[in-house]
Design a binder for this molecule. Structure first.
Ligand code: GLY
Length: 444
């Protein structure tokens, strides 16, 4: 465990700042809107915001049994972190901590029954946060361990992966690139229980995803179907992207983040680092996916929902994919700096790319008059009608995380908020494009 700490926890300062963080990141509106949203969720039973309407920016609420439920409580914990340690304000910190705690209680019944499949990892976020605040909180540690067990139970050793989606034909074993994000709960539970099987499952899943989802040019398939009895790949394609051979932008972002995150847990790599040798398969994969992502960003800087979607008819953007990729690039940067402290150029490159991506897409999607922080997210452009041009709870969550990470890394300061006018005009109408790291981990 000490090796893990040494490789993945470092202080990162001194990077040059070619681009600057958008001032909206620390606008007072961020706290105001999140407080209002968190205090206004329908109760009895509790419901959670998932996305907004595309015309008036009002949150649409859903019962707890959705993959997105943890993001509002996790956003409250992220704001707690901001006000507790990054930009101290004890009353705001306490208010957000209490809201994170009360909102996460609605997830507890999901430990006994949930239909979210692999997405129990996302559900675990607020409990991981709570366990980092209060290690003695049994509700939190039980939730993390229970969600990890539910994910581990979906592991098929022949395929080498955890099953993402359930299918009517159990031989059809479906794995989506998004599943990389859910591996974190396995590592977190290992840290609590010492159960190394959980790590082995996660690493096996990451290895298979690296082999079968990531194309040679660093782009990715959304969905790979395996035969559950032979382990053979039977189909590759998409469900949420434009086409089977296209790259769905949010999936690519999940991959950048997921592989950079898996690095921290790769014992072979950690041993290799101490031997001063190279063993960097997840680093290489995250780099490759990040390079592809950056190479596909159109000249206006705004990421479309799928990099290969045609320009005509105009394609909607996905601000959530931009926010997830931003935090993934910042995590990749931190891994570069951690693995090779004398070589700052790699880390700096990803930092600059992250900040530009964040700035361009925040300027574009920031929406003061909506309940969400951002607009122009695409939930699923393949829905009928397409669900796009909305605010999205995970887009807002990764926006807050990006703000926290930049402060932690010495790349932005809380004082940015003082110079931010509270309501920068948001002239953009719903747009069609032209062309941290989770800061709190149980194993830290
Ligand atoms: N994990 C589902 C999505 O990103 O839409």
């Amino acid at each position: 465990m000490h090796l893990v700490i040494s490789v993945c926890l470092a202080t990162f300062t001194g990077f040059s700042r070619a681009a600057s963080a958008p001032s909206q990141l620390y606008s007072p509106l961020v706290a105001q809107k999140l407080l209002t949203t968190a205090q206004s969720v329908p109760n009895n039973p509790i419901q959670y915001p998932q996305y907004t309407s595309s015309d008036n920016g009002q949150w649409q609420y859903f019962p707890a049994d959705y993959w997105t439920t943890g993001f509002l409580p996790a956003s409250c914990y992220a704001m707690y972190t901001r006000f507790n340690s990054l930009c101290p304000n004890s009353s705001a910190a306490n208010e957000f901590l209490e809201l994170g705690r009360s909102l996460s209680t609605g997830e507890v019944p999901l430990e006994a029954y949930t239909t979210v499949g692999h997405d129990v990892g996302f559900l675990s976020f607020p409990f991981v946060d709570e366990a980092a605040v209060d290690k003695s909180n049994q509700t939190a540690t039980t939730a993390v361990n229970t969600f990890a067990t539910l994910l581990a139970d979906r592991f098929n050793p022949i395929v080498g992966c955890t099953r993402s989606w359930d299918t009517s034909d159990p031989t059809n074993f479906q794995v989506i690139i998004d599943n990389m994000m859910n591996l974190q709960v396995l590592f977190d539970s290992e840290a609590l229980t010492g159960n190394t099987t959980l790590r082995n499952i996660a690493m096996s899943h990451a290895d298979k995803t690296m082999q079968n989802h990531v194309r040679p040019d660093g782009s990715s398939y959304h969905l790979v179907e395996y035969n559950s009895t032979t382990g053979a790949v039977i189909w590759r394609g998409t469900v949420q992207g434009y086409a089977d051979n296209s790259t769905w932008t949010r999936g690519q972002a999940w991959g950048i983040y997921g592989f950079a995150n898996s690095l921290c847990h790769d014992l072979d790599l950690i041993v290799a680092v101490y031997r001063n040798t190279q063993q960097t398969r997840y680093l290489d994969t995250s780099r490759q996916m990040a390079s592809f992502y950056i190479s596909q960003i159109p000249s206006d800087g705004i990421v479309p929902w799928d990099f290969n979607a045609p320009l005509d008819p105009p394609r909607p953007a996905d601000s959530s994919a931009a926010m997830i990729a931003t935090v993934g690039l910042l995590m990749l940067s931190q891994q570069e700096a951690s693995l090779s402290p004398s070589n700052t150029s790699g880390a700096e490159y990803w930092n600059n790319a992250a900040i530009k991506l964040l700035s361009d897409n925040t300027e574009f999607a920031w929406k003061p008059e909506w309940q969400s922080l951002l607009s122009n997210g695409t939930v699923n452009n393949r829905d009928s009608p397409p669900n796009n041009l909305t605010g999205i709870t995970y887009g807002d969550y990764y926006f807050v995380e990006a703000g926290n990470q930049l402060i932690s890394m010495g790349l932005a300061s809380c004082s940015s908020s003082n110079s931010t006018s509270p309501a920068p005009s948001s002239s953009q109408s719903p747009h069609h494009t032209s062309g941290a790291v989770r800061a709190r981990r149980l194993w830290w």
